[in-house]
Design a protein around this ligand. Structure first.
Ligand code: HAS
Length: 546
């Protein structure tokens, strides 16, 4: 079969919503299992091994597979239309085959209970080799896609020397640059440590592999986020019929993401012994730098909204808010995700503060933080942008506007309830990543009520997730016979996509070189410390209490 950009985008985007359905169901089961009065024989019996199996799928599926499929799909749709150039079809076909094969292999291994290692797969826990090979294939397939995208962009660059990179392409390029920064250490440790460990019983060093993992792990979160940031910059002004408040500020924000997304991983390892405080401090400073582009983004988008609202007659301090196109589910979802990012993002700053991190690390506070960020900003962002793609890409109508609104509202309300309960319980020390929080009946009473409240949030989120999956997959199945037409991406309309070339901001090569230097500086010292002290390899242990 000939794979063109449209087919690639259709398959990957549809695939990501199938995974959302299964991963969301598992999420609900996990939340219910952590309610003390539900997790007992005769009510809801989820064995420990089943809990870790579904939690592994929940993490790998929702946090790794969905973003890879959805982001490559979005890019395959957007970039040929804006750049007016085809992508290399052979690379596209190869990438699709690798990503689908990798995803299916990893999924089967997880669902078979052979990889209960969670998405962080900390050594010395060992999964079946098929898990690591599947994940490696998925990621290498995304690298092939990155090569196709960069090749297409460089061709466009040569043909358009005096033209600034269009903002949507700039954002997507940033996304893939961050992805290569993030996944290089992951590929190193999977090939060097995890595959030999699972196939031949190689002994590996725990601290070294954790450091490689978190070298990947925090840049990963910006890979999830950046396409949503790109769509805030791209779609919100289009929906409002105005120019972005400041395109230069948007490009500065993307440059800061390129520079500082990766050299921050030690903020996940504040409590790890064996890494000097000086290096943790260096990563803290860089973490505060990477928070800056998010704040610039919040300012830029709100200023764009205010400018448009005032032009439409909205007066006074907040009158412009009433003049926004709230009835458009794509617009509502994008703005809602930005507002929630404010709450989730601020808790990130708390996590990054060394003393406060000691209070919240490994407690339910952290899932509270990341459900607000990836669980909400990213899921709502991807879903509402998919609504916009229904007309342009799939040539379908939205099967139910009610489902689209229900998804945004139920998901957001449910997520607030869930995350606030998790934040609260975390402050009282409720642990994360455990199948059971009862400690043989000795659990502190302060954990019980928030866990019960969080389950209500999870049920609402699940209902919102069902609405989202129905809105997307239902539209794909029935959207040519019924439903409402949804405004598409409006590429090239009303304003042209390109602006004037800026020698500083449009010189991405220079910023990538600076980013590489910064990453080397941030990681050379911790790795020198680990290796100069001498590593202590330990034998692998079978994960998952099967
Ligand atoms: Fe994080 C842990 C620090 C952002 C995801 N994070 C995680 C984990 C995940 C995750 C998945 O420093 C857990 C990993 C695991 O399994 O262990 N995070 C940060 C910081 C930021 C941050 C400083 N995280 C994210 C994003 C994620 C994400 C984004 C996913 C997409 N995170 C941490 C730390 C840990 C951590 C530690 C380790 C914790 C531990 O100990 O384990 C920053 O990038 C956030 C910057 C954002 C802001 C918000 C700006 C405000 C905006 C909104 C403006 C709108 C307004 C409303 C005001 C500072 C953009 C206007 C109103 C209207 C009506 C229009």
């Amino acid at each position: 079969m000939r794979v063109n950009e449209e087919l690639f985008a259709k398959v990957t985007i549809a695939f990501s919503f199938i995974i959302l359905g299964l991963g969301g169901l598992f999420g609900l089961l996990q939340a219910l299992n952590r309610v003390p009065f539900l997790s007992m024989p005769g009510v809801l019996e989820v064995s420990d091994s089943t809990y870790y199996r579904i939690l592994t799928f929940h993490g790998v599926g929702l946090a790794v597979a969905i973003p890879i499929y959805w982001i490559t799909g979005l890019t395959a749709f957007v970039s040929p239309r804006i750049l007016k150039l085809e992508m290399d079809r052979r690379l596209l076909a190869l990438s699709l085959a690798m990503m689908l094969a990798g995803g299916v292999i990893a999924t089967i291994t997880i669902l078979a209970g052979k990889a209960n290692v969670l998405y962080t797969f900390y050594a010395p826990m060992k999964a079946h080799p098929a898990f690591y090979w599947g994940a490696a294939l998925l990621i290498l397939g995304s690298w092939v896609f990155t090569a196709a995208f960069v090749k297409q962009y460089l061709q466009w660059r040569r043909m358009n020397p005096g033209v600034g990179t269009p903002i949507a392409i700039y954002g997507l390029l940033t996304t893939f640059i961050v992805w290569i920064e993030a996944t290089t250490p992951l590929v190193i440790t999977v090939l060097k440590d995890f595959i030999p460990m699972s196939m031949f019983g190689k002994e590996v060093d725990v601290l070294e592999t954790r450091t490689w993992f978190w070298f990947f792990g925090h840049a990963l979160v910006y890979f999830w986020l950046l396409p949503v940031v790109t769509m805030w910059y791209y779609l919100i002004p289009k929906k409002l019929g105005v120019q972005l408040f400041s395109e230069s500020m948007a490009k500065v924000a993307f440059i800061l993401f390129i520079m500082a997304s990766t050299p921050v991983g030690l903020h996940h390892q504040f409590t790890d012994p064996g890494l000097a405080a000086e290096y943790k401090f260096m990563h803290t400073i860089l973490t505060l730098i990477v928070a800056t582009p998010s704040m610039l983004t919040g300012f830029n988008i709100l200023a764009t909204m205010e400018k448009a609202g005032r032009a439409r007659g909205g007066n006074g301090l907040l009158g412009w808010l009433a003049k926004q196109p709230w009835k458009d589910p794509v617009y509502l979802g994008l703005v809602m995700s930005l507002v929630i990012f404010g709450v989730g993002g601020i808790t990130g700053i708390i996590n990054a503060s060394y003393q406060l991190n000691l209070v919240v690390h490994n407690t339910t506070w952290v899932p509270g933080h990341f459900h607000m960020t990836v669980g909400n900003v990213v899921v709502i962002g991807y879903t509402v942008v998919t609504y916009a793609l229904l007309s342009d890409l799939f040539k379908k109508r939205l099967v139910s506007k009610t489902a689209a609104y229900s998804h945004i509202l139920l998901w957001t309300i449910g997520l607030f309830i869930f995350s606030l309960a998790y934040y609260y319980a975390g402050l009282y020390g409720a642990p994360r990543r455990t199948s059971n929080i009862e400690y043989g009946g000795l659990l502190p009473s302060t954990w019980v009520l928030p866990m019960e409240i969080s389950a209500i949030g999870a049920i609402l989120m699940f209902a919102g997730g069902v609405a989202a999956v129905y809105a997307v997959l239902g539209s794909l199945l029935f959207g040519n016979v019924r439903g409402v037409a949804i405004e598409g991406m409006k590429i090239g309309n009303p304003s042209p996509e390109t602006t004037e070339f800026n020698p500083l901001l449009d010189n991405l090569k220079m910023w990538v070189i600076f980013a590489a230097i910064l990453i080397v500086v941030a990681y050379i010292f911790p790795f020198y410390e680990i290796f100069s002290r001498g590593i202590s390899p330990v034998p692998p242990v079978e994960a998952g209490l099967s």
